[in-house]
Design a protein around this ligand. Structure first.
Ligand code: SF4
Ligand code: SF4
Length: 384
């Protein structure tokens, strides 16, 4: 069996010349851009937007990386578009904030429609046979997935595979959390999205990654790496090695391999470019254990609800903007102004909370963290 190739390139800054050279080197090591696209293809670059934020915050792939990929595609005669569906709001506004729109306008890259969707079926899905996918994706010949290495509460790491969640437009994404609250079901749905959309090439910006309270409010961590592959499972697995987490703790790894999307086993991955050992950062702040399943009967679900790590609001940092309330996908809402006083921070009713962590993910002030309760630590150790 052929090994999956992952190109790993050292890049120590977002300096344009250095990034451009690194992107060209990485893609050339995989056989060149013509291995993935052909002239006149309509290709969408899909950066991981989540929420458009200034590049210094490292929430989105850096504009230099986006520009280098865009340039390469334009040189190849490709009709280039870009887009993503953020956590909420319109794509273009977030692209502007992330400084990606400025680059796109400069290069003549057009905005694809990620605000509207179209239903599509996926008969070979592991779990989810019907999706609503952004029109811009369906109108294209292929996608280049441009992710950022960041921590994520539900899937541990957000990278190549998770990036395609943004192909589901707008608030519809919340419905998938409600339909699939179990992290393994949610991950199976992510694999289904990838086998449906089949991005041509996956690129990860890990020059400066995000650790801790990611994917929006974590801390920056310089890893000096750009990764490239046609296999998203292998790429995420190499990213796991860099941040020293067992790839089996990232639920999309096993599910993705079972679905034939790729391999997470290091013996089946060929790393070209630089040796991974020189990038490994054992101090990277990431949860090094698998997420717990929320499946089971009512009693088990009740116990898990009591012991699962909970989102908690730090009232000092909260400015009562209400984003968490707006984004909570359950009905009735688990986080809300239960006291009726909107001048104070919202509060939680944990019995309703499905632990999707959308509130923590999207809080603009980084005021929400996910914490273990004392009883959770004790009971969790005994039962799970
Ligand atoms: S999103 Fe964050 S800052 Fe806004 S109300 Fe919720 S906790 Fe407070
Ligand atoms: S409170 Fe937060 S973690 Fe719980 S369901 Fe709502 S958004 Fe998800």
């Amino acid at each position: 069996m052929d090994k999956s190739k992952v190109a790993l390139i050292r890049c120590e800054s977002y300096d344009w010349d250095e990034v451009d050279k690194a992107v060209r080197t990485g893609i050339n090591l995989l056989g060149g851009i013509s291995n993935f696209v052909k002239a006149s293809d309509r290709i969408v670059i899909k950066p991981n937007l989540l929420y458009g934020t200034i590049p210094d915050k490292c929430v989105n792939p850096h504009p230099s990386v986006f520009k280098a990929v865009g340039n390469l595609l334009i040189e190849s005669g490709v009709d280039v578009y870009y887009g993503d569906s953020p956590g909420f709001g319109k794509c273009e506004r977030h692209m502007e904030k992330a400084k990606l729109k400025g680059v796109a306008d400069e290069l003549g890259i057009k905005l694809a429609d990620f605000d509207n969707g179209q239903p599509i079926s996926h008969k070979d899905a592991l779990l989810n046979r019907r999706f609503v996918i952004a029109k811009g994706v369906l109108d294209s010949d292929g996608l280049i997935s441009l992710s950022k290495l960041k921590t994520h509460q539900l899937t541990r790491l957000t990278g190549s595979v998770k990036n395609q969640f943004g192909c589901i437009p707008g608030v519809l994404k919340g419905e998938y959390h409600v339909k699939m609250p179990d992290p393994y079901d949610f991950s199976a749905m992510l694999i289904d999205l990838n086998t449906l959309i089949k991005p041509r090439l996956y690129i990860m910006d890990a020059i400066i990654a995000m650790e801790g309270n990611g994917p929006r409010s974590g801390d920056q961590k310089k890893l000096n790496a750009l990764l490239f592959s046609g296999d998203p499972i292998a790429l995420d697995s190499v990213a796991c090695k860099i941040v020293d987490i067992d790839p089996e703790f990232v639920p999309t790894s096993k599910l993705g391999e079972a679905a034939g999307l790729g391999t997470y086993h290091y013996e089946n991955i060929e790393i070209v470019g630089e040796a991974v050992e020189s990038f490994i950062d054992k101090s990277f702040n990431i949860i090094r254990k698998p997420p717990s399943s929320s499946k089971g009967g009512r009693i088990m679900r009740f116990i898990r609800n009591q012991v699962s790590p909970r989102p908690v609001i730090d009232k000092v940092n909260c400015d009562t903007c209400g984003t968490c309330v707006k984004m909570c996908p359950v009905d009735p809402k688990a986080v809300d102004w239960h006291t009726g006083d909107k001048t104070k921070s919202p509060t939680y009713k944990y019995g309703r909370c499905i632990r999707c962590y959308c509130c923590q993910e999207l809080c603009p002030k980084g005021a929400i963290t996910v914490r273990n309760t004392i009883s959770g630590k004790v009971i969790g150790k005994l039962l799970f």
